[in-house]
Structure formats: C-alpha cells, structure tokens
Design a binder for this molecule. Sequence first.
Ligand code: BG6
Length: 483
Amino acid sequence: MVSRTIPVDTFDLVLFGATGDLATRKILPSLYRRFVAGQMPEDARIIGAARSELSDDGFRDEVRGAIDEFVSKDKHDASMIDAFCGQCSYIPIDAKGEGGWKELKASVRDDVVKAFYFSVGPSLFGPLAEKLRGHGIACDNSRLVVEKPFGTDQDTARKLNDDLAASFAETQIYRIDHFLGKETVQNLMAVRFANVLFEPLWNERYIDHVQITVAETVGVGGRGSYYDKSGAMRDMVQNHLMQLLCLTAMEPPNRYDADMLRDEKLKVIRALDPVDPRDVVRGQYKAGADPSYAEDAENPASKTESFVAMKVNISNWRWKHVPFYLRTGKRMSRRLSEIVIQFKETSHSIFDRDDASKANALTIRLQPDEGMDLSVTIKEPGPGGMRLVNVPLDMTFADALGPDGEEIPDAYERLIMDVMRGNQTLFMRGDEVEAAWAWTDPIIDGWEARGDKPASYSQGSSGPEEALALMHRDGRRWRDLED
Ligand code: BG6
C-alpha cells in the first residue's frame, strides 16, 4: 500500500508541561512516530517548557526516555532518535512569573505555524494564555491546544472559556478529547454518511437501543488524588462517552466541516433528557488481586465512583423511545471500548423462531482490534433443513488493510497533526463543552446532595449487579464483555 502520509507545514510547537506524565506517555512519543512516518518537517521544532531547570540536552534525555518506554521497539532507530532530538529544545518557564518568557519570545519563529500546547492543570490555562499574548509570543494565527479536564462543572468550564477567550479566538483553540482521534470514531462517521446502507435504518423505526461501553482493566493507582475529585462521570462520561454518543446520534452535517459537525453534536447534547436518578448506577471496585479503589485513592471514606452505567434518552424525532445505555469503569474484566447499535427484530418471521435467530447488531469496536462487525442471521450451511444461525460479518481494520497496510496511528498523532493543519473538526468547541457540563452537573449534584455511596463491585467483573439490573428492567442485557 502506498503511504498517504503528507508532511504538514513546518511549525514551532511549544509544549508547556513538557516533563509531565501526558507529555512523556503520549505527546512526545506521538510526535516521534509522526517524525518516523515522515510527516514532521525537518525544520519543525518542539520547544519544551516547564518549571524544571533543564538544559536542552537534559530535555533531550527525557525525550529519549519517553521514546524508549512508550514507542514500540521496531521504531527505535538510533539515527532517527538523534535527528528527532535535534529538533527538540527546552526553556525553563515560570507560568505565573517573568522567568523564561523573553527567551521563549526570542526562540519562537514568526513565519511558521506556531502552536502552544497546554499539557498542564487547568488553573494555569488563563495565566499562560495571558503571558503568551502579553509578551507578544502568540499572535492572531497561533494555535492553542488544551487538554482535559476542561473544568469540573459548567461554571468552571465557562470561566476557562472566558480566560482563554481573553487572549485567543475560538478558531485558534483546540480542545482535545483524544477519543475523537481514535480511528474507529472517525470511521463511525464514514460508515454512517458515506454508505447508503445504514443511514436509512439509523432511527427509532429500526433501532431498539444503543450500548456504549468503555471498560478498562487499569485502576486509578498513581492518579488517585486527581481521580478522587473527579470520578468516572467527570473523567469519562462528560467527555469521551458523550462524544461517542453525539457522533452516533447526530444528524448528518451538510459538509465534513468543523463548525457544521460541532453544531450537530451540540444539538444532540441539548436534546438529552435530564437523567432520572433511578437510571444511573455508580460503582466502586473492591479489593481483589489489586488494592481497592479507596486504597488507590488513599481515601477510606471515598464516595467517588470508578464505574458508571446509565440510561440516556434523547428527545428528538430520530431517537424518541430509543435508549442509549452508557457504561464505563476501571478494573473491569477486559479492556474493551465499543458502540453497539442493536436493531429491532423483523416485524414478522416466516421461520420458526429459534434461539439462533437474533436481531441484527452493528458493533463498532474502538479498542482493542479496531473494526466493526454486523451480526446477521443466515441459514446454517448443510443439509439440516432451514436452521438459522447468527454470524458476524467481521471487518477488522488491520486485516482489511492487509499486511502492508499502514499502522493505525495513536489518537494523539492524528490530533496533533490536525492542529498543525489548522483542522478543528475533531476538537471540542467551547459551547459544546459547557453544554455537556450543563447536562452532567445535575446528576453529580444529586449524588452529592443525597450523599449517595457507590455500589461495590469485584475487580475483573463487569461492574456491580445493579448495572445488570438497569438493563434487565427494560428486558435487555448488556453485551458480555468476554464475547
Ligand atoms: C483519559 C482518562 O481521558 O482516558 C483516563 O482520564 C482513561 O482515566 C483514559 O484511562 C482512557 O483512554 P484510552 O485511550 O486508554 O482508552
């Protein structure tokens, strides 16, 4: 297969928080992979900026460490690593004081794409934006990348939006939700809007319900102090699951255009019904092979949820009476993220219904094994008469692309290159984030007002029993995580 990697225009990327966890695990390794793929121009530069007093060489050692640990060994080519490190430099910076800003101004070029990546806590967004403007480092066509969490509720998100808007226009701001950079998530739009097959069926007439699962096997150890103030609702549902729901439920935009697409997502969020407290289940993992959530969070009395399952209704013509069931949790039995579109049964069967005949389901797998399958009922091959059997039409992207296919890039690779290309389609707009908080806030406020405690669940399970009951009550069941 011919590589379709097109180099982006040259750039200066200033990475604030360059020695932090996200920069080390995701951002620097992703940039290196794009460099190896030939997409990063030879004169593009990455300028690390953080509090630590590091020299350029000290930072390059950190970059090497990040590549060593987080990039697969087949891409460890010494001359490539040297060349990449040669494009990296470092400036110690005092986010709230004066240290480092003059040096930064002197080192950033004005005639290339300038991007500033805030891989730092949200309390620094406003001060950093102000410094960049105040020192004349950022200009009207610079780009600003910010990471989640984008606020902890609607008020704090609005404040962050206002702080950023004081120095940057909305068209310059790239709010990352890395789920939008996942290959299958983009494919969801291709499947819906580039095929005649699905869109006519994509409504309450043919769809019974939708399930969105993001299950993880990891716990919160190591980031307990952040997570305990956040919980699964703020950490996963308000952003990642909400984005998946929006892309599944939205109307077709007129064009694949950043604002048109985001307008459609916003309409979905605004059409979400308030959630009945009986339709939400919270869980917290108990001690098992690994420590309990409370031990990981170092808070024995913690009421924070590491699991949420909920039923969501969308009040519009397309989705009336089609519930969307969402669930996400840590320390579950398997790492699995998928969207299942469960179709209705045929209105009348000419065959004797037997157990093997099931309604169609389209499963969109985000991870692992990116791909999708459509379950269809066929006649069991052979002479045994008209016996029905349910089989998946499976398309695993890696297989479909073949052995010479390009490797599926990490979400961050795609998103960072989109920033350099000036393409905001896969980034969240300020009003979208605020609307998502406006919907989640009452749910969280309700838990806090009632002092609700999450149900406990075993590690390696599919969450608390109550989550199963949430579906059973409606005569439905979650897809088995082990299937
Ligand atoms: C992050 C959450 O945004 O997404 C984490 O803060 C979560 O808690 C992670 O583990 C999941 O991302 P991925 O790409 O590993 O599925």
